[in-house]
Design a protein around this ligand. Structure first.
Ligand code: ATP
Ligand code: MG
Length: 576
């Protein structure tokens, strides 16, 4: 492809809305184009890289026994009502009606559709197992679309669904997908970790997220260097230590603590460690129709973070059915007092106590009275929970839930997730098969997603420098760029054409920068676009020499034209 003919517009300036490198660079390199918030289009170079990722995914999915199909993005509400997710999925589900007022949604994922296919097509154990997948556009009306392709409202996903006779079959299908995912992300050039994850709105028992390591990632992983434990912080279990077994319970006392609304303020005022305090978080919940359903007060140790995923799991409600309460309104109903709420003296609300608190003695908590706290508060005697369970987020240094060594945290981008769904959908939607004894059984399912466009962004996060993108060969839009210093110079242009032709004939994907621009502009663009191999044709053309440079390396070399072609083809072969 000749750059002079390509529809390409690169930007010198950093676009206003972009904050992270991948978003900035994909926009600056003219690879993506924003339409509205969270909705992007792909320009020629960007689309080539998307298709390369898709091809890698196809190859590995096919090799693992998957069969590609393609379902509609438009899905009828009835299927979602059958599975119970028309409500459970919440406002992220992009709903629409046809002209007759019939409800539909734009698919955020396709469990219902694929379950519907197999319940119609599969009746016997002889037809199992099977694995169907598609690469398709998904829609999620995200509350905060951001970071370009990372969290968009329209994005490309590969979603696969496995159907097995029993749990053992599912375990095998899951392992095969897990292995395929490792191959896919390795081929895309990502440094990643597979970690245990929560199952969220998708449901099921078991799940792993594939997380590309990156400081800007929205996933936080807790991992252990001593054993192989690695889990998202939403998921990672906290092991409670009970260090104060021999401490006597002191009598509870009310103390005057004027103006100390935060944990920091009260700990400072009473000269306590935050670990000796109880933090309250107040919520209101909603029912299926979106009506207020009651209040929840959650309590964790003062230095802890409440873990919303664990809280909604404990309450067995969807994430969108709970939000922070209006303290005044809640106060009138339950006796809580903003900034001074503790578990003692609350009424008419669900009290959820973190599992660590019952083991800790003589804590300080709000007194449910303006400007007052209680000290020497003890579980059992002074307060109780309707639910007592782990609702805190694991912190760095907390004991590993598997081996007890201190855990570490690291951030990353979730690029894929695999789930053991079990029979959640086959039971609610009646996807049954007859086994060897003609007995009817629910099909055992797994589902497996990869964010194709998010993967593209994650690769750029891991492969760039101040000047631009540094594509790994396998998903680079082109493999070689030939930069001609002076396209008006006949010798230079002829040599460039010769290299362009030889490389092209040998199967390489080559860009020829034949634009009548200053060399400085061309070099800047070549760096920005991130094509892995650059061959510069300049003054040396008269002696049949060119400059050869890898985008990832700083140094360049003068070599013969023939050598440059040989080297480029060899590198492509090794790295593609
Ligand atoms: P997240 O936790 O980031 O919202 P998710 O867990 O809801 O994602 P899944 O339902 O597991 O996402 O979807 C499968 C894959 O689709 C994810 O691993 C991710 O790579 C991609 N994905 C999900 N939401 C988005 C989005 N808004 N924009 C781009 N890619 C997305
Ligand atoms: Mg996920």
């Amino acid at each position: 492809m000749r750059l002079s003919k390509m529809h390409l517009k690169t930007l010198r300036e950093v676009p206003n809305e972009a904050e992270i490198p991948s978003h900035i660079l994909l926009l600056r390199a003219g690879m993506i184009r924003k339409l509205v918030s969270g909705v992007y289009g792909f320009m020629p170079l960007g689309w080539r890289s998307v298709r390369k990722i898709e091809d890698i995914i196809r190859e590995e999915m096919d090799a693992a026994g998957g069969q590609e199909i393609h379902m509609s993005a438009v899905q009828p509400a009835e299927l979602w009502q059958e599975s119970g997710r028309w409500y459970a999925y919440g406002p992220e589900l992009w709903r629409l009606q046809d002209r007759n007022g019939r409800d539909f949604c734009l698919g955020p994922t396709h469990e219902e559709i694929f379950t519907d296919i197999v319940r119609n097509d599969i009746s016997s154990y002889r037809q199992l197992p099977t694995n169907l997948y598609q690469i398709q556009t998904k829609y999620r009306d995200e509350a905060r679309p951001r970071f370009g392709l990372m969290r968009s409202r329209e994005f490309i996903m590969k979603d696969a669904y496995s159907f097995d006779k029993d749990q053992a079959g599912l375990d095998q299908s899951y392992d095969e997908m897990y292995d395929a995912y490792e191959k896919i992300f390795t081929r895309c050039g990502l440094t990643f970790r597979a970690v245990e994850a929560d199952t969220g709105a998708i449901g099921g028992s078991n799940s792993h997220e594939f997380t590309a390591l990156s400081e800007i990632g929205e996933s936080e992983i807790a991992y252990c260097e001593k054993c192989s434990m690695a889990a998202t912080v939403e998921r990672a279990e906290c092991v409670d230590a009970f260090p104060e077994n021999n401490v006597a319970r002191l009598p509870m006392e009310e103390v005057h603590t004027p103006g100390t609304k935060t944990i920091e303020e009260v700990a400072d005022f009473l000269k306590l460690d935050k670990k000796q305090t109880i933090k309250a978080l107040l919520f209101v919940t909603y029912d299926n129709e979106g009506k207020e359903n009651g209040y929840v007060a959650a309590f964790v140790r003062g230095d802890r973070e409440l873990n919303m995923t664990k809280l909604v799991n404990a309450l067995d409600i969807p994430e969108h059915a709970i939000e922070f309460a209006d303290e005044e309104k809640m106060g009138a109903a339950t006796g809580c007092v903003g900034g001074f709420t503790g578990p003692t003296g609350l009424h008419d609300c669900m009290i959820v106590v973190d599992s660590e608190l019952p083991g800790l003695k003589n804590l300080c908590a709000g007194a449910c009275k303006e400007d007052h706290h209680l000290i020497n508060v003890n579980y059992g005697r002074d307060y109780e929970g309707d639910i007592v369970t782990d609702i805190k987020t694991i912190q760095e240094g907390d004991p590993c839930p598997v081996c007890g060594a201190p855990v570490k945290h690291i951030r990353g981008i979730e690029v894929g997730q695999v789930f053991k769904l079990g029979t959640k959908y086959s039971e609610s939607m009646g996807a049954l098969y007859k086994d060897e004894n003609m007995e009817s059984k629910p099909i055992v399912m797994g589902c497996y997603g990869i964010g194709v466009t998010r993967t593209l962004a994650a690769v750029v996060e891991q492969h760039h420098d101040d000047n631009g993108i540094i594509w790994p060969m396998a998903i680079a839009p082109y493999q070689v760029i030939i930069t001609v210093m002076k396209p008006d110079d006949e010798i230079q242009m002829q040599l460039a054409e010769k290299i362009y032709e030889s490389l092209g004939k040998a199967g390489a994907e080559v860009l020829l920068d034949d634009r009548k621009e200053r060399p400085g502009v061309k070099f800047k663009d070549a760096d920005l676009l991130g094509i892995p191999i650059r061959i510069t044709v300049g003054r040396g053309a008269a002696d049949d020499t060119v400059e050869y440079k890898m985008r990832r390396d700083a140094d360049k070399e003068e070599i013969s034209t023939e050598e440059s072609i040989k080297r480029a083809l060899k590198t492509i072969e090794e790295e593609k």
